[in-house]
Structure formats: C-alpha cells, structure tokens
Design a protein around this ligand. Structure first.
Ligand code: SF4
Length: 456
C-alpha cells in the first residue's frame, strides 16, 4: 500500500524526447532524472535506430530503473522517455510508459502527461470495434485512435485530437519521426529546445539545463511539432477553445523552481506570489517560515516585502521521496515526522508566519502547528500562495474527491480552529493570476469553471 506522506496533491508524469543525437537514450535518462519530481512510480525509455524501436521500462526511480548496460542497449539517435505517477490506470508495470504498439503505421511509442476526461466513452467505442487494450491507461486510448487512422501519422494525430477531451502533452515516436503534441487548452507544459543539431522536448525546462540543451520556446496550445530528417514542421489542431488553460498549480507547486513558466523562472513567480500575499495580508510577526520545499520562494517574497526575517525552521529529509511503502495507514504520522522536522530553538517565543503552497486535506498542517506551539511559538499565522481548493481536478492532478477537501468540509473559522492557527490567509485568484502572468490559466480547482471547447 502506498501511503501519502504529504498533504499536497501528487505530481503527474514527466516526458522528454530527443531527435538527432548519437547518445539519445543517455540524454533522455538525464532529462528524466531532472523530471523525477513529476513522477516516481515508474520510468521508461524507448529509442529508435531508424529501423526498429528498443524499450526498457520498470517500476521505481530513474536512478534504479536504468544502468549503463541498459542505456547502451537503447541504441539509435532518437528516443523518448516518461516518468509516471498514475492518474488513470493502476500502479503496475503494464501501465508504465512509453507505450509501444505495432500497427499499420509501423511501430509507434507514446508518452503522456495529463488526463483525458472522455476516456470511458472512447474506450467503450474502441472495444466495441474490436480493440484489445494492453493497459488500463487513457494514454493507450490515444494510441488506438492514432493506429486506426488510414491517413499519415501527422493527420492521424490531428484526427485523434479531434476526438479526445482533457489534458495531454505527448511525445510520440516512430522509427523515423519524433512528434510532440500539446492539447488545445495547453493544460500541461511542454517546451522545445536544441542540443547542438538535435531537437529536444521536455515537460519542464529544468531538464534542458540538465542536458545542456538551450530553450527555444514553449509549444503552443494545440500545436503538433514534427521532427523528420532533422527538420521541424509545426502543425495546429483546428479545435477551438474558449480560452487557453495552463494549469495554475504548475506555477504554484508542481514545476521545479528552476523551470520556466511563461518565460520566467518559477522561483521568481513564487516570490511574486509571496509579495502579493504581503499586500493582501500585511501581518506583523517576528519570523517567516517556509514549508520546504514548495513554500520556500513564496515565503521569501513575503518576508522581503514585509521586512521580516526569513528562517528555515523546518528541515526536510530529501531521502524519503514523495511517497514510500509503509505497512499500515496509522504509520502516516511517523512518516510525516520523518519527512519534516522542526528546529524548535528557532521559533521559541516568536510570532510566526508559516507560508505553504496549499492546504488540501489539512492533515499535515495541524501536526506542524502543534509542533510550533510545543516549541514555544507565541502566535502561528498561516499564509497559502494560492486560493482555497474547493473543486476536484479533472486534468491529471490527484486532488481528492471534493468532499475530502478541507475548504469544502470546513468553514474558514473552523479550519483556523482545526489547524490550531491564530489566522489563515489564502492568496486571491487575481493575485495568483497576476503573479503567474501568461495568456490563460486553468483555475477550475479554485472556482469550478472547467475549461470548455467552443461548440462549433
Ligand atoms: S483544475 Fe487545478 S490542478 Fe487541475 S489543471 Fe486546473 S488549475 Fe491545475
């Protein structure tokens, strides 16, 4: 049984692809290593030598799934890779990605970040038409839709995009083509880069830094970037959306602080969120404490705007991972304690502002507040660098059922009481959106306005 050791939603898959490198699989390995935070359950790489695809996938961290011998066997100058955290489909090797099929278009491998919202109806329709599925993932549904087309691969991908709903950033590879796809809403990130003469795609730009690739641009929502014979061709889906809907929570929490979002490092965006919190909640306190690592930069922004000392009073153990095997549910508290420890001497007698990126169920916030009080904190105020979560995410972020969200089940005053706080403040939607910038955000888990396609 996997026990959550965090109150934060889990990450959901990282993808990486490269075309035009003699050491393609090794670059994908480096890229996946940098994207480990987006998925820790399984990892996989598929390479192409121009005639044939070679695959290796296994459960576990990138470091444990691959070794020199395995990377050597993944030959060819093109490769794609995937780190998985399951959103649809159970956590088992058969659901690990990239998924590889052999069809009339030849061998195709696909790696997916996101979550489709019409999987059940598509899967039913495909099964009725005789499709046999090797996994329980929504990603395989997309591959089936591509494989059933009588057209070119590019047109087959465009036809698939006409049928699926929801969030998907993809890297797709045949023996001689690499294709990157971003859904028309642009829910999940996908960036284009160059490594010498090679083309690279990555969920986040931190993986470009790891591979010494240079960032070119983000893929546009609805774009299909095709790399063939060393050249890039860009196509676009004709599907129209009411507005672009990049996941705001990528900027708040998921993306690594050294990755770019709308051209700015996420760390800078989070500092702006902290400054916006300082405008909205001009609290007076002795120290500002981040909940590491996700609250670090927002706390820094708040502390500098308010002129209050920034104190790293919580120490995170980086070796527990985001989740690990624990024998029983009631050991959750022990695992939480192992992950975050308080240096009590730093908070004794102090008025404290704690900054975190979110409160989902409120499970860990309460125990942290108790520890702060036990260590002698005189006041404990909590600030959150996004609005309260009151709706589920349909697009691949593992928020629980609405009825498990503390902001749904408790009034504001009750949350303050339940967590043992003196006060609690959430960043406003406008404050968060201004800090992120960009051309259109998904805010559905905050306001219930789920992004829609245009009807015609
Ligand atoms: S609902 Fe929330 S978590 Fe899900 S894609 Fe939209 S902003 Fe992101």
């Amino acid at each position: 049984m996997r026990i959550r050791t965090t109150d934060h939603p889990e990450h959901h898959c990282g993808i990486f692809g490269i075309s035009g490198s003699q050491t393609a699989a090794r670059h994908v390995y480096q890229g996946l290593y940098a994207l480990q935070h987006r998925g820790e359950e399984s990892s996989g790489i598929v390479s192409s030598n121009g005639q044939k695809l070679f695959a290796h996938k296994d459960m576990g961290l990138v470091l444990h799934v691959f070794n020199d011998g395995i990377l050597e066997a993944l030959s060819g100058n093109m490769a794609i890779g995937h780190n998985r955290y399951s959103t649809t489909g159970s956590s088992e090797l058969s659901n690990a990605q990239p998924i590889v099929i052999d069809c009339k278009l030849g061998q195709i491998a696909l790696a997916h970040n996101g979550n489709l919202t019409n999987t059940d109806s598509l899967r039913h329709r495909l099964a009725e038409a005789g499709a046999i599925f090797q996994t329980s993932t929504d990603s395989e549904v997309m591959l089936h839709l591509i494989a059933r087309s009588d057209k070119s691969l590019e047109q087959a991908v465009l036809d698939m995009m006409d049928q699926v709903e929801g969030a998907y950033s993809l890297v797709i590879m045949t023996t001689n083509k690499l294709i990157a796809v971003r859904d028309p809403h642009g829910f999940r990130p996908l960036a284009l880069g160059r490594l010498g003469k090679a083309w690279v795609f990555s969920s986040e730009t931190c993986a470009f830094d790891a591979t010494e690739a240079s960032f070119v641009r983000e893929l546009e929502p609805g774009e299909i970037a095709v790399i063939s014979n060393g050249a890039l061709q860009s196509l676009h889906s004709k599907r129209k959306v009411q507005k672009h809907a990049f996941c705001a929570f990528e900027a708040v929490y998921f993306a690594r602080p050294d990755s770019l979002v709308y051209g700015r490092k996420t760390a800078i965006i989070r500092m702006d969120m902290g400054r916006a919190l300082a405008m909205e909640y001009p609290l007076t306190a002795d120290i500002v404490i981040p909940i590491p690592d996700s609250g670090n930069y927002a706390a820094l922004g708040f502390a500098s705007a308010r002129g209050i000392p920034y104190v790293m009073a919580f120490v995170r153990n980086h070796y527990t991972g985001r989740s690990f095997i624990a024998p029983t549910e009631n050991r959750r508290q022990a695992t939480v304690n192992m992950k975050l420890n308080l240096i009590g001497e730093l908070v004794d007698g102090k008025r404290v502002v704690v900054v975190d990126d979110s409160i989902v169920r409120g499970r860990t916030g309460k125990s942290r507040c108790i520890k702060l009080r036990q260590a002698g904190a005189k006041e404990v105020h909590m600030l959150v660098s996004c609005p309260a979560h009151i709706y589920s995410c349909l697009y691949g972020i593992d928020f629980p059922d609405r009825q498990k969200l503390i902001a749904v089940t408790h009034s504001h005053d009750k949350i303050v009481k339940e967590l043992g706080l003196d006060s609690l403040g959430y960043l406003s939607e406008a404050g968060m959106a201004k800090a992120i910038g960009g051309t259109g955000l998904c805010l559905a888990c905050f306001n219930g306005k789920y992004p829609q396609y245009c009807s015609s």
